[in-house]
Ligand binder design. Structure first.
Ligand code: IVH
Length: 822
């Protein structure tokens, strides 16, 4: 029930009694909306209205700090998923798709696939195109033709078991009655709600005085995730099949063929699916679907392209969480105009200061937007954005809305330019734009230098640490972190694992008691055995054993305990090291297996880290690896050659065998011979060691990520925080994917040489890496295997000399798990 006062007094005019009453009421209302939003997929109010509630609540607290309890942060609500659905592991992960936004992106996708497969340029390649349905993806499991399971996507690895619910959806076949149906088959696709059905559902909700759904997607999600499947059965949900998971056999060798079989077996499939043979064909279909979009009767947000031949799909495989053989071509984002009311600066987990536009709420593509990112100070200057301006806002899919630009004609005379702060708004430390040696200029992002002492960074790091793709601590959302942080109970990740259940309950009790006291007009907290129902309700129970109000705290403690042995990759990602994302974390976890082994290698890499001088040298255009080697050698040897270079750099460089262009760019980059010689000596003295080279050679560990990783572990504080954390948790090695576990080449170093006839270099490399091997470019004593094709020369000879085993491409393919692709 809405408890907002009808005509709210300005906050400045409230007295303490009024303020505490309204504060308590608002707290309860915000909590209710949180529950509606997070747990029932049924928000009753727009984001703007919700923000207004929050703003007023915060304004009251700002005026009456005695009311400041971590109040809206009940441990009971938040982003916790609806209870009641079992988690299920997907036999085959449910992947997401990479996005394309422009025609050029689509052409590049086709070119990339062609290159990867080693097809001649412009060779016809069949690719399907079909609408991208804006619903929720589902995996339906059939065993011996009977629908036995249904699971949502979840995080791709684990979803929610919604078997009873999918069995209640009319459009989903309960059995496949076909002689050619495989024994095990997971049909995947999208559950959605048509516009017509959506209108009917909302009309019924309204008639029953129930909350309305914001859009068909929410309505579909809310209708599916019903504890009572009978409710799902009454909701008009629809389904399109477009993919599959585990399958004991497939009815065809092409994407289109399988989808046609699905249609024969009674599954709804999208009639706008076609096979094209070029990027131009895909783009033509994209335009056709775009024109039909408004009249389709259901929401779509783009067109999905998939390589048709399933054998080619297998060869292409995956990068990170998306297939290389498919891409989603999104429709352009939706845009709107509104007023920029203010600019706030937020401090992120890595100290980046991000300007956030506070907007007059505006609907963009069906969603109320009141905040948008302005990216960084250069963007504000470049777009000349001023407070008071009319701005154009864009919202694309799930990404944060952004300010595209201003409408200069509408600028009011009192529009104010924004002065970007040079100190951190959270901790007051200097905020600086670091010099980026690789880019040769300062970073666009200004960062707080407060590091571990900045409370904003600490908070954000904690939020990242517990988040879904990191440690995945359910029940510990942003709000709970804020409360625990404010209470001083959690200031570092390790603290989470040291939380004392009684302390959390006591904090929660304090919070509730204060709230109750305020409600009762300032009278002290009753101790809960007052007897009368009203009193008992108003006064919180002391946190005794099993008191229902504190069950959520008990549950949270259980979840925390269950996360003490996280997979190593998640653990690494959770540390929140700048530039170390999920793919990098996974690559490191795969390669090094345990935290101990990784730390050991990191220390070795730190010891053998190339100096900045080498980076500078590498950044000079026109100086390739051969010239670089010559220069480093010269610097290492010293003597006359170095002396010449110091005094007469042009002559010295020419004498060292560098061409004119290289000489010119070196002189331009370093100025005089003195500086150049000093840089070369420095670079030669700090050449990368073996460990550094090994790490730099890992796929998915780029130079920037490696730098950040080594910086992080060179820092005493971060090192100490990780070590402290390791007293609480024991990361476990990855459960290697079946392929890598069975892989005879896991951990081996492989060199490919000569012409490969049945796969391209990048394909060979991707397969080898997927199976846990390392691909090197030259043969040495540490090479375990050489795969040689026709025309192999010196590398083959070297392998034979060193006694390294050599096999042919055929033998390589035959030895892969599952044998050669057909
Ligand atoms: S194929 C391995 N086809 O888009 C490829 N996905 O952004 C699996 N989606 O999670 C996805 N329509 O929920 C595919 N025709 C379509 C789709 C589609 C909607 C959704 C799906 C997926 C998301 C990826």
């Amino acid at each position: 029930m809405a408890t907002r006062p009808a005509a709210a007094k300005p906050v400045e005019e409230l007295d303490l009694v009024e303020a505490s009453e309204e504060h308590a009421a608002l707290g309860a209302e915000i909590a209710r909306h949180d529950a509606l939003y997070y747990q029932q997929d049924a928000p009753e109010i727009s984001d703007a209205e919700y923000d207004a509630l929050r703003r007023r609540y915060e304004a009251i607290e700002a005026r009456f700090p005695s009311l400041r309890t971590p109040d809206s942060l009940s441990l009971k609500v938040g982003a916790a998923p609806a209870a009641g659905f079992r988690k299920v592991r997907h036999a085959v992960p449910m992947l997401s798709l990479a996005n394309a936004f422009t025609d050029a992106d689509v052409e590049e996708f086709v070119a990339r696939v062609t290159r990867f497969l080693g097809l001649p340029d412009g060779a016809p390649l069949e690719i399907t195109a079909e609408p991208k349905i804006d619903g929720l993806s589902i995996s339906l499991r059939y065993e011996n033709g009977v629908l036995v399971g249904g699971a949502t996507r979840g995080d791709g690895e684990e979803g929610e078991d919604v078997t009873a619910n999918v069995q209640a959806i009319a459009g989903i076949p309960r059995r496949i009655d076909a002689p050619d149906a495989p024994e095990v088959l997971e049909v995947r696709g999208e559950i959605y709600m048509s516009h017509e059905a959506f209108a009917a559902v909302n009309a019924a909700q309204q008639a029953a005085g129930k909350p309305l759904f914001a859009n068909p997607r929410n309505a579909a999600a809310g209708s599916l995730r019903q504890k009572d499947a009978a409710v799902t059965a009454r909701r008009p949900l629809a389904f399109f099949a477009y993919a599959w998971g585990e399958a004991s056999a497939l009815p065809a060798g092409t994407q289109m063929g399988v989808i046609e079989a699905f249609a024969r077996w009674g599954f709804p499939t999208n009639p706008l699916t076609i096979v094209a043979r070029s990027a131009a064909g895909l783009l033509a279909h994209y335009r056709r679907i775009g024109e039909m979009r408004a009249t389709l009767g259901y929401d779509i947000d783009g067109v999905v392209y998939k390589v048709n031949d399933i054998a080619l799909q297998r060869r292409l495989g995956f990068v990170a969480r998306s297939p290389r053989w498919a891409i989603a071509h999104k429709f352009p984002a939706e845009r709107a105009f509104t007023i920029l009311e203010d600019i706030d600066v937020q401090v992120g987990r890595t100290g980046a200061l991000t300007p956030v536009a506070r907007l007059k709420p505006v609907t963009v593509g069906g969603v109320v937007v009141s905040n948008a990112t302005l990216h960084n100070e250069e963007e504000i200057a470049r777009k000349d954005v001023r407070i008071g301006d009319t701005v154009e806002v864009q919202r694309a899919g799930d990404v944060i809305p952004q300010v595209l630009g201003v409408v200069p004609e509408k600028r009011p005379p009192d529009a104010r330019p924004f002065v970007f702060p040079v100190t951190c708004p959270a901790c007051g430390a200097h905020a600086v734009r670091e010099f980026n040696p690789r880019a040769g200029r300062e970073d666009v992002v200004r960062r707080c230098t407060g590091g571990l002492t900045c409370p904003a960074q600490a908070r954000e790091r904690l939020k990242h640490f517990v988040s879904r793709n990191a440690m995945d601590i359910e029940g510990l959302g942003e709000k709970q972190i804020d409360m625990l942080f404010d209470e001083g109970l959690v200031t570092s990740p390790a603290d989470i694992f040291r939380l004392d259940v009684e302390a959390v309950k006591a904090a929660e009790f304090r919070r509730r008691r204060e709230l109750a006291a305020k409600r009762a007009g300032g009278e002290g907290g009753a101790d809960g055995d007052g007897g009368l129902a009203e009193t008992a309700e108003a006064a919180p129970q002391r946190p005794g054993r099993g008191a229902p109000e504190y069950r959520s705290v008990d549950r949270l403690m259980e979840t925390i305990d269950s996360r003490r042995e996280p997979p190593l990759d998640r653990f690494l990602f959770a540390l929140g090291i700048r530039h170390v994302g999920e793919a990098t974390s996974r690559a490191l976890a795969r390669r090094y297996g345990t935290m101990e082994a990784l730390l050991k290698r990191v220390d070795e890499a730190i010891a053998g880290r190339p100096g900045v001088a080498l980076h500078r040298l590498e950044a000079v255009a026109g100086v390739g690896p051969t010239s670089r080697r010559k220069l480093l050698q010269l610097a290492a040897e010293g003597g006359l050659a170095l002396e010449t270079l110091r005094r007469a750099p042009a002559a010295g460089l020419k004498a060292a065998g560098l061409n004119r262009k290289a000489v010119e760019s070196l002189l331009a980059a370093f100025g005089d011979g003195e500086t150049l010689a000093a840089a070369l000596v420095e670079a030669a003295a700090h050449q990368p060691g073996e460990a550094w080279l090994e790490m730099a050679g890992l796929q998915d560990v780029g130079p920037v990520a490696l730098d950040a990783l080594l910086d992080f572990f060179s820092e005493e504080h971060s090192r100490a925080a990780v070590e402290d954390l390791l007293t609480q948790v024991r990361p476990r090695p990855l459960e290697a994917p079946a392929t890598a576990a069975e892989s005879p080449i896991a951990g081996k170093t492989i060199v490919f040489t000569g012409t490969l006839e049945r796969m391209t270099r990048s394909e060979a490399k991707a397969t080898a890496t997927r199976l846990g091997a390392r691909v090197a470019s030259s043969v040495s004593r540490s090479t375990d295997l050489v795969v040689a094709g026709p025309g192999a020369g010196s590398k083959l000879a070297e392998a034979q000399k060193l006694g390294v085993p050599v096999i042919s491409e055929e033998e390589w393919l035959a030895g892969l798990p599952g044998g050669a692709p057909d």
